[in-house]
Design a protein around this ligand. Structure first.
Ligand code: PMT
Length: 404
């Protein structure tokens, strides 16, 4: 996977209060092994000094249209040609308007006009400005012309008001840049991912659930999106933020999850079931809170639908990947599940291992295939595990296309 290593990022800073955040953004890009050059508009220099950004980026900061980079290169042409991506952060209403109008009257607007590199625009402005219909139209116009546009975040603004208009989180900007630069080897695929736990209610205040945090499933959704797939994330309740650009379908019970999966199955070419689905639910969900009584309480449970088994029966050409969460006989049990439910691959994780399974940011998995192959992976970040699973899905697609 090509990420940011060695990529040349041209960061353009325009004149908004969020300009101070560009210092941290440069550090994050460099931490990801990118080379960063900075361009500042005249107004940006009122908010943060070129010296700060020059020191952090280890390159001169470009400010003048007609400054010389080396020998006879003209700044806007040289910068426009060498960048792998141009990131405008923060982008004011003014710069968005100028780009949309096709103006080229300073260094930044001429670079935008001259570059063939992808341009990522990260707006930041007062809520009323962001919601102004002219700004909205400009954003729409740029999006339709192929500019990558991030949505502004909501929260407290510099003008002491609350609302939409904050610069997107820096980690989201980095993620977006990675996604734009990444190899889009899953473009054209629709990946359906299930994630998190299910909740099976007993009454209005109690439910049966498990420890799934959703991290494994959200990692799969995020990486599949980064690799160019359309992603449908069907998730039980979690506290995680939904990865940008995925279609999010929140559910609570196993029955709801089954319904959402079946509704979205037709368009899905790869299905990955990482959710920890409750096998049983209370036979009755009381309308009112169940009162405690003396003596024990017998709770009757009934089977939930086995979602993956149902998908296995309707699988056709799509790739079906399941997970197996076991505490004993990991390989034997995982293999039996894969064959019984017609999966192409099963990802086995041993919940008893430290740094694996529920909640942790890492996992330790074995990927089993139908030919008897077992790929054993060491302890890895769930994001990297997700990439390895998607690599295997991609290999199956490539193999099938060669045979066809
Ligand atoms: O969410 P995290 O905290 O990051 O933890 C990740 C995880 C441990 C939940 C994940 O890695 C994992 O193992 N998910 C599958 C858990 C599970 O339900 O395993 P299982 O062996 O019980 O089920 C086998 C497969 O059948 C799974 O793909 C499951 O989604 C599916 N299933 C299970 C029951 C059911 N009624 N319907 C299903 O589709």
């Amino acid at each position: 996977m090509i990420m940011m290593k060695g990529k040349k990022i041209l960061l353009a800073v325009t004149g908004g209060i969020a300009a101070y955040k560009s210092a941290e953004l440069i550090r994050l890009f460099i931490k990801n092994d990118a080379q960063v050059k900075v361009l500042m508009t005249k107004n940006a220099q009122e908010f943060i000094t070129p010296l700060t950004l020059q020191t952090l980026s280890s390159h001169p900061v470009y400010r003048e249209t007609f400054s010389l980079i080396k020998d006879f290169d003209i700044a806007h042409i040289a910068l426009a040609q060498e960048a792998d991506i141009l990131v405008i952060a923060p982008a004011t209403a003014n710069i968005i308007g100028k780009i949309a109008a096709g103006l080229a009257d300073d260094l930044l607007t001429t670079v935008v006009m001259a570059t063939k590199a992808p341009v990522l625009i990260c707006p930041s402005m007062n809520t009323n400005m962001y919601e102004n219909v002219i700004v909205k139209e400009n954003i729409q116009k740029l999006t339709s012309r192929g500019y990558h546009m991030m949505e502004a975040d909501s929260g407290e603004l510099a003008c002491k008001s609350e609302g939409v208009g904050r610069l997107p989180e820096l980690s989201d900007i980095v993620e977006k840049v990675k996604s734009i630069l990444a190899e889009k080897d899953l473009a054209g695929e629709t990946v359906l991912v299930t994630a998190g736990p299910t909740r099976e209610p007993l009454d209005p205040v109690r439910f049966i659930t498990n420890y799934s945090s959703g991290k494994m499933g959200y990692a799969l959704a995020s990486r599949a999106r980064r690799r160019g797939a359309s992603v449908i994330l069907i998730s039980g309740p979690t506290v995680l933020s939904v990865p940008r650009g995925v279609t999010y379908v929140p559910v609570s019970t196993a029955v709801e999850m089954r319904h959402a999966v079946m509704k979205n199955l037709k368009q899905s070419t790869i299905v990955i079931k990482s959710a920890a689905v409750a096998d049983y639910r209370p036979s009755v969900c009381a309308d009112a809170k169940i009162k405690k009584k003396d003596g024990p309480w017998t709770l009757y449970l009934e089977r939930n639908p086995d979602i993956i088994a149902e998908i296995g029966k309707k699988k056709k050409e799509r790739i079906l990947i399941g997970f197996a969460m076991e505490s004993e006989d990991l390989i034997k049990n995982a293999k039996a599940k894969m064959l019984a439910k017609n999966m192409d691959l099963i990802v086995a994780n041993d919940v008893k291992q430290k740094d694996a399974g529920f909640q942790s940011d890492t996992n330790i998995v074995k990927i089993l295939d139908r030919d008897g192959g077992i790929e054993e992976l060491p302890v890895m970040d769930k994001m990297d595990v997700a990439d390895r699973i998607l690599d295997r899905a991609k290999m199956i697609i490539t193999r099938r296309r060669k045979v066809a």
